[in-house]
Design a protein around this ligand. Sequence first.
Ligand code: FE2
Ligand code: FE2
Length: 202
Amino acid sequence: MAKQKPLVIRAERALAQRLDKAGYKHSLGVATMAQTLATIYGQDPQDAFLAGMLHDWDRCRTSKQLLADAEKHGIKITKVYQERPRLLHAKTGAISVAKKFPEIKPEILSAIEKHTVGAVPMSDLDKVIFISDSIEPGRNFRRINDLRRKAGVVDLNTLFRLCYRQSLYELVIDNKAMHPTTLKVWNWIILEDQRDDTQHEV
Ligand SMILES: [Fe+2]
Ligand SMILES: [Fe+2]
């Protein structure tokens, strides 16, 4: 029997078939950024690359499909999900990736699941993927260059806080509904996760 190709090769091929060109390019941008940040911040670069590559696995699903998937998997369809079904792609994507690649590590699935609104708590790898999704080279939003300049300069928690804060800002400016977990994550960052940090950049 022919030897199976390494997971990263199989995942990349499957992703190229699954996503459109822009989604594929974004995913590779996140993977490369995550690999670099993982090396800087003491995480496994291979895990980070794979998590970055697969984080948007379900981004190609329509809102209708995502709502149906969520219902099938027993994910509670809250009012915010009804209003912003695309948010579901992180949770449904993690479930779908686990099914497609059963050998994948739970740490990678966790990072995929938490890349949109986050969670309490989050691991360092979860944070690396969240940050990489925010600032990969293809992204463009207000103050992104300030965030990029801080990557690798400030500690991981500070960089995560700055990226999360920016995502909150974007939500408010764009008049989007906020997932209740977002508030929990923000309070966790401020009140618990970064309680002992002395570095508070603005
Ligand atoms: Fe995403
Ligand atoms: Fe993404």
